[in-house]
Design a protein around this ligand. Structure first.
Ligand code: BGC
Length: 342
């Protein structure tokens, strides 16, 4: 059983509309989601002693989400992750997107799905958001109808993404929550033990575009098939952090993606998905300059993202899983964030 309440979160400047907040609550979880960018703004999870903490980074007020900030909690689209040089071809025609992370296009462009107001629809156990991305939005071909549905089921937050296109277009939707299972505002994620169900990953160039190779994790820092303690692991391998796509073992059906355990609090996050990949990002670009909830500042490595998705730059790399959605087809992916204690 879950309950859903609805309230005003804030007003967009210049009559841009009212942003609403939806609070979903079950016995085990409480999650706040706003209609701006379908953004998760808070997620309260109990620890071993039954004490609830908010485990996602974010802002108390709408202004926080309107400033330049690294996609805290938002839904990313039309194409999450990077497209090399913001250029691709569909059926012989070349398209050019805005370059918002030199020299590439990142997370849907200058005004991606995270920076728009969605239309909400309250469900008995969640909330559905929809919008129509117009033909040519951010340079993408055709109109795209999109539905993002969040539902709560006990300790599980389920996110379903559906889309239909009027022309063939790449589509890759994800949620960009930054988690810290010690409680948001905790200084780092080093005490988290991470497991990712991937035999291969995608090595990248200096602009973080996959070089095309699907490399075995065996014998590398990317072998997370058995739990590693993040702080120690980064140190052992002299890594600045992760910002890589892991190629998941599972097929199109629901499969296990990752598990993160924070031993001190006992909190566990398990992620399942229908997607072929996950971008594991350890907040390498966080720099402590943002003012977060409850006076938190978010330094480097103070949150991690598990962005379930298709592989980055798939539209330009024919041997990656297909990313084009054609008229008459339906894009339909689901990710499960399952919380427990151990
Ligand atoms: C990307 C990072 C980027 C971050 C925030 C992640 O999905 O992989 O490179 O800095 O999003 O923009």
């Amino acid at each position: 059983m879950a309950s859903v309440t609805r309230a005003v979160f804030g007003e967009l400047p210049s009559g841009g509309g009212t942003v609403e907040k939806f609070q979903l609550q079950s016995d085990l979880l409480r999650v706040d989601i706003i209609s701006w960018g379908c953004t998760i703004t808070a997620l309260e999870v109990k620890d071993r002693q039954g004490r609830a903490s908010d485990v996602v980074l974010g802002f108390a007020e709408l202004e926080g989400y309107l400033q330049k900030q690294p996609y805290f909690g938002a839904v990313i689209g039309r194409v999450a992750n990077r497209i090399a040089k913001g250029t691709f071809k569909v059926d012989g025609k070349e398209y050019h997107l805005a370059i918002n992370k030199e020299p590439n296009s990142l997370h849907g462009g200058v005004r991606g799905f995270d920076k728009v107001l969605w239309t909400p629809w309250v469900l008995s156990n969640g909330v559905q958001f929809s919008r129509v991305s117009p033909d040519g939005e951010e340079g993408y071909p055709g109109e795209l109808k999109v539905w993002v549905t969040y539902t709560l089921d006990g300790g599980e937050l389920v996110v379903n993404y559906r889309a239909q296109a009027s022309q063939a277009t790449p589509v890759n939707l994800t949620n960009h929550s930054y988690f810290n299972l010690a409680g948001q505002g905790s200084p780092n994620i080093y005490g988290h033990e991470v497991t990712i169900e991937a035999d291969t990953y995608l090595p990248v160039d200096e602009t973080l575009i996959p070089i095309g190779e699907v490399a075995p994790v065996q014998g590398t820092a990317f072998d997370l098939r058995k739990p590693v303690e993040l702080g120690k692991h980064l140190q052992d391998f002299q890594l600045n952090g992760f910002d890589h796509n892991f190629c998941l073992k599972g097929s199109k059906e629901k499969h296990f993606c990752a598990r993160v355990h924070h031993a001190a609090s006992g909190r566990v996050l398990e992620v399942y998905t229908t997607q072929p990949g996950v971008q594991f990002y350890t907040g390498n670009f966080l720099d402590g300059t943002l003012k977060g909830k409850n006076g938190a500042v978010y330094p480097k490595h103070s949150g991690f993202c598990l962005e379930t998705q298709n592989w980055p730059d798939a539209v330009n790399q024919p041997h990656f899983p297909p990313v084009l959605l054609r008229p008459g087809e339906e894009y339909d992916h689901t990710t499960w964030f399952k919380f427990s204690v151990a």
